[in-house]
Design a binder for this molecule. Structure first.
Ligand SMILES: CC(=O)SCCNC(=O)CCNC(=O)[C@H](O)C(C)(C)COP(=O)(O)OP(=O)(O)OC[C@H]1O[C@@H](n2cnc3c(N)ncnc32)[C@H](O)[C@@H]1OP(=O)(O)O
Ligand SMILES: CC(=O)C(=O)O
Length: 525
């Protein structure tokens, strides 16, 4: 099998996505991650566009990449100038990358409307820009912008532009589906014509406007492309670029192209998540291969089967891409979900034990009341331990009171909570203020319990989500509160449901503190 060259443009086309922007330091970190992943080319940016991209090319020289080549992006020269005088081309050479990639016009409509030059002039502009770059830079790649649309509109001219590029002696011609409108079945016939016209190695750069960017890239490889451009997580202009997190495992695991090593493939999920984090975006949990839900099984029938053989409902082994199988618990569960969770929590539960059915029915009943355990595994574990009678009694809350007052129009509201807890034979009564009623209640609960259980000081609240459950009762509706808490070693989710938002929060807070106590005791045990 030929080696497919992976070309990542997260740092250039990826940053053309709405809401995606990276600092130079982020770009360097991402380049290092991509290098470790085994990406062959990292397109760092367009030095002719902005000072940040110029800085990237300076900074990346101080970084020792193991194998990736760094590519700088730009366009063919402007009309009415020559390549040596064109500012964009000069900046590309000054950036001194390993590889230069420039895009040029293939579609006659674009030549007329966007560049407003003659078709002949565009051919000259492609050829002399590429020839000049090839004489000054080691490797030159040509992105034939709008190739598929151009071919469909005027095949003869589109192919002439590729010939003009090839005549400059460049290293790779990349066919771009710039507007992302091409469908996979259109690719083979077009690529056959291209292969009959030029002999330069071919690549593919697909956008996702028809949700076909990954399919089109794989189809292009099947039709002879040896170079694939894409971005991590599919970031990119409009609907995004072809997602390398899907292309790479498909190439390696399904099509037999050994483009990165097995060990590198195992880092795919962590690379995906690091880049979400640096972009300050929430990861798409439903993303193929690397998302949290990519191997999460919810339906009872599925869970029962995967426990007999994982491949019954998994297209690949998740660990190959650094992911894991997960079993979810909900009202779609069967006994298999409960048993899988018991095993995960190290609890003794037998499939024939009537408690299994009891827990299952309890879950379905609670979900009907508005509880949801998919994001609240800690509450689910507490529920199971209670049912099995293995939950130690750490404390009980005798009662609480929360007061929110605003005494003057200009004054911020003041929140105050008092709680009474019983630990062993002792009753503790405490009060605390907070940044709102839930925060005050959280402070008061901890203040009451910390003298008995000092480890509760380590608990931090990471996320607090309230959902009004649809019942058409407005402010009297039932609310579900999901809390994500954590300490130095892990994070856990808890849930509370009530028609009183403070009560729902209280339930989730108490579960969060209780879970910390059992978790630490288990570790010590
Ligand atoms: C398909 C792609 O994704 S291509 C990459 C697109 N990415 C970006 O545009 C992000 C970076 N871009 C930028 O920073 C700026 O657009 C710059 C610095 C490149 C250019 O800025 P400006 O000179 O102000 O031009 P502007 O942004 O309006 O772009 C239009 C110009 O580009 C020219 N142009 C567009 N494509 C090409 C091309 N392939 N070859 C030569 N010139 C081109 C147009 O003819 C027009 O020039 P004119 O105004 O002299 O007629
Ligand atoms: C070159 C490029 O980014 C495109 O055609 O989409």
């Amino acid at each position: 099998m030929s080696l497919i060259q992976l070309y990542d443009t997260t740092l250039r086309d990826g940053t053309q996505a709405e809401d995606v922007s990276f600092l130079v330091a982020d770009k360097i970190r991402i380049a290092e991650k991509l290098d470790d992943l085994g990406i062959h080319y990292i397109e760092g940016g367009w030095p002719g566009s902005n000072p940040k991209d110029i800085s990237f090319f300076k900074e990346i020289k101080k970084t020792r990449l193991k194998q990736a080549k760094v590519a700088a992006f730009g366009s063919t020269r402007r009309a009415k100038t020559t390549p040596d005088k064109d500012n964009n081309i000069r900046t590309l050479i000054q950036a001194a990358p390993d590889t230069v990639t420039i895009f040029g016009k293939t579609w006659d409509f674009h030549v007329r409307e966007a560049l407003r030059i003659s078709l002949e002039e565009n051919l000259e502009l492609i050829n002399d820009s590429l020839a000049y770059l090839k004489a000054n830079v080691g490797e030159v790649i040509y992105d034939a912008e709008h190739f598929f649309d151009g071919y469909k509109a005027n095949p003869e001219y589109a192919l002439q532009t590729l010939k003009a590029a090839e005549a400059a002696g460049i290293d790779c011609i990349v066919l771009c589906d710039t507007n992302g409108g091409t469908l996979p079945h259109e690719i083979p016939a077009i690529m056959e014509k291209v292969r009959a016209t030029v002999s330069t190695p071919l690549g593919m750069h697909a956008h996702n406007d028809s949700e076909c960017a990954v399919a089109n890239s794989l189809m292009a490889v099947a039709c002879g492309a040896v170079h694939v451009q894409g971005t991590i997580n599919g970031f990119g202009e409009r609907c995004g670029n072809a997602n390398l997190c899907s292309i790479i495992p498909a190439l390696k695991l399904k099509l037999g192209h050994d483009c990165i090593t097995d060990a590198q493939l195992k880092t795919l999920r962590i690379v995906s998540r690091t880049i979400y984090e640096l972009a300050n975006l929430i990861p798409n949990k439903h993303q193929a291969y690397v998302g949290n839900s990519a191997f999460a099984h919810k339906g009872g029938v599925h869970v029962s089967a995967i426990q007999r053989h994982a491949e019954t409902y998994e297209h690949i082994r998740p660990e190959l891409v650094g992911n894991v199988t997960r079993v979810l618990v909900s009202d779609l569960s069967g006994r298999s979900n409960i048993l899988a969770k018991a095993e995960q929590f190290n609890l003794n539960l037998d499939s024939k034990d009537p408690l299994t059915q009891e827990i299952l029915e309890n879950i379905k009943d609670l979900e009907n009341q508005g509880f949801q355990f998919e994001g609240a595994e800690a509450s689910f574990e507490l529920l199971m331990r209670r049912a099995l009678g293995t939950l130690r009694h750490y404390f009980s809350v005798i009662g609480f009171r929360v007061i929110d007052s605003k005494r003057h129009e200009q004054e911020k509201p003041l929140s105050e909570a008092t709680v009474q807890v019983k630990v062993g034979g002792r009753i503790e009564h405490t009060a605390a203020e907070g940044n709102g009623p839930v925060n005050a209640l959280d402070h008061a609960l901890r203040k009451a319990l910390e003298s008995f259980y000092p480890q509760l000081r380590e608990v931090r609240l990471f996320d607090y989500k309230v959902r009004v459950l649809p019942a058409g009762k407005g402010t009297a509706s039932i609310t579900r509160v999901l809390i994500e808490s954590g300490d130095k070693t892990s994070r856990w989710g808890t849930v509370g449901v009530s028609d009183n938002i403070i009560d729902a929060s209280y339930q989730a807070l108490v579960d969060a503190l209780l879970y910390k106590l059992i978790k630490d005791e288990d570790r010590v045990g």
